[in-house]
Write a protein that binds this ligand. Structure first.
Ligand SMILES: [Cu+2]
Length: 132
């Protein structure tokens, strides 16, 4: 309704004619369209205290997970073959995780942790850990 009313007012003003033309300087106030970088695109942002990552289809899902230090991460193997979770953080080294098996790890420090499955080196994931 408000938009229709404004359009009507513009029409009325135009119909009256007269009045000096005011031309705003172009480009001075136009938005630049630059958005702040929000981090890796597609990274998951969990809301709860426990983090679930599926090991499914020879991939970690989600591949990139954001979390806080001290949150518990639980990987669940949904495939029919064994996988492992081995990362570049102290103590992050599972044994073979059988189908339906789980592995838990809790990062204690902020930072990025890359990890992989040692059975299938193409399986890679990343944790982006913020301070708690
Ligand atoms: Cu694997």
């Amino acid at each position: 309704m408000r938009r229709a009313l404004a359009a009507g007012l513009v029409l009325v003003a135009a119909g009256c004619g007269g009045g000096g033309e005011k031309v705003a300087p172009r480009g001075a106030t136009e938005p630049q369209g630059v958005e702040p970088d929000k981090g890796s695109p597609g990274a998951a942002e969990p809301s709860g205290g426990k983090i679930d990552i599926a090991v499914h289809g020879y991939a970690f899902q989600p591949t990139v997970m954001r979390l806080r230090a001290s949150q518990i991460i639980v990987w669940t193997n949904e495939d029919k073959v064994d996988h492992t979770v081995v990362g570049d953080a102290p103590g992050m080294h599972s044994l073979l995780i059988p189908p339906h098996g789980r592995y838990e790890f809790t990062p204690v420090r902020a930072g990025r942790i890359a990890y992989r499955c040692t059975v299938h080196p193409s399986m890679r994931g990343e944790l982006i850990v913020r301070p708690r």
